[in-house]
Design a protein around this ligand. Structure first.
Ligand SMILES: *[C@@H]1O[C@H](CO)[C@@H](O)[C@H](O)[C@H]1NC(C)=O
Length: 385
């Protein structure tokens, strides 16, 4: 199965990265394509993604799916790309799958006329641009060959819907489970022990270290959501160069290399998961020294998924309650809880993947309180209680 995911300047990085990552998990051959002149594309919240190819290389190829991420002005850049319009129009005419999320249904598909006679949804901020007659409020709407969805918080469901349409329900369920999307009792849980205050009197500085093999969904969700909350996030590579390649081969350019980032002080250090990526983070002497000094100073730190195991190995979980992905929790020796996110004093841990949105919002709540978190969750189209 061949899938095209196009990006332009200002594309919502969470949406682009989830589409590529989830469809690659299912075994699809996904090509991340730039509609700009350059392969390096600065996205909505500042993440720089490196596309696999430019759109001109794809004009004569046949795709089983063309999936458009949203974001502004990214959606406008997709709309104005004639080559992409041609590919997507042919896709619709030949009755092969296509879809769009967030701003893109309203800003791209409607002006191209590819929504006609179909039910359609999009981000709440753009719904007045949809024809009233066939507009719906579903998180994901499949209408013949066209599928639409609402925002960053609904993108995993959107991507899983394509997996189901291309590979069948059983595979979609299996991948949904591996992404921790099936939650017992319906609601994700955040638990807090030994409550301390995290808020500070300046713009919080967050260090997000990355390595080859880091889980790109986690990297991009943390960076994007914290930046939306006006946190200063520095994505730092522990590799020899700023460009890293994530667990599902998505290339991301970090803001700095670790050697240039270790002199600054941070309010929070959070390690993303990905088995190989976490292992490589743990091999960075500079990062581990920084993290040790940081935690000894009583500052906030944490990790998700396999990085929680790294924190354990480095002796940074002593006496704390933690959580991680159920498949690796045997590697933790201390008190492990079943909740999706655990805050214990100045430590935050999470199961990772599909639950990183909860972890990111938990950090925002600790830094800025409930009102800002609710408002942010609404923009993400995430049901936050
Ligand atoms: C890490 O990934 C980059 C590509 O982004 C590659 O150039 C580099 O060789 C990789 N490093 C290692 C040690 O594999």
């Amino acid at each position: 199965m061949k899938v095209l995911v196009p990006i332009g300047m200002g594309t919502e990085e969470i949406e682009a990265v989830i589409l590529v990552n989830v469809l690659r998990r299912a075994g699809a051959e996904v090509i991340l394509v730039s509609v700009e002149k350059e392969l390096v594309v600065p996205c909505y919240s500042g993440t720089r993604l490196v596309a696999d190819a430019c759109i001109s290389k794809c004009a004569d190829q046949m795709f089983d799916l063309v999936a458009l991420p949203g974001g502004m002005p990214g959606s406008v850049h997709l709309r104005d790309c004639k080559a992409l319009q041609k590919i997507t129009t042919r896709q619709a005419e030949d009755n092969r799958l296509y879809g769009a999320i967030s701003a893109a249904p309203a800003v791209v598909l409607v002006p191209w006329g590819l929504h006609e006679r179909k039910k359609i949804t999009c981000h709440p901020a753009f719904k007045d641009k949809l024809p009233t007659f066939r507009q719906v409020q579903e998180n994901v709407q499949v209408s013949e060959a066209m599928t639409t969805s609402r925002g960053p918080g609904t993108t995993i469901q959107f991507a899983l819907s394509f997996v189901e349409q291309l590979f069948g329900l059983a595979i979609a369920q299996e991948i949904g489970n591996s992404l921790l999307m099936q939650i017992k009792g319906g609601r994700r849980r955040v638990k807090e022990f030994n409550e301390v205050v995290w808020s500070c009197d300046h713009t919080p500085q967050v260090l997000l270290p990355v390595a080859n093999g880091s889980e790109e969904i986690e990297v991009v969700m943390l960076a994007d959501i914290l930046r939306r909350a006006r946190v200063d996030v520095v994505v730092v590579s522990v590799e020899k160069q700023k460009q890293i390649v994530g667990s599902k081969k998505i290339k991301i350019i970090a803001d700095k290399c670790i050697s240039d980032a270790s002199k600054s002080t941070y309010d929070l250090i959070i390690l993303p998961g990905g088995v190989d990526g976490a292992e490589r983070l743990s091999k960075s002497r500079i990062l581990m020294k920084l993290l040790k000094e940081h935690s000894e100073a009583g500052k906030v730190y944490g990790g998700t998924h396999s990085s929680v195991v790294i924190l354990e190995k480095k002796g940074l979980l002593k006496g704390k309650v933690t959580t991680t992905d159920p498949s690796i929790k045997d590697q933790l020796r201390g008190l492990v809880d079943e909740a999706e996110v655990i805050i214990d004093g100045n430590l935050i841990t999470g199961k990772g993947l599909g639950t990183v949105i909860d972890l990111s919002l938990a950090i925002v709540r600790k830094l800025f309180g409930l009102d800002r978190t609710r408002c942010l969750a609404e923009g993400l189209v995430y049901d936050y209680k």
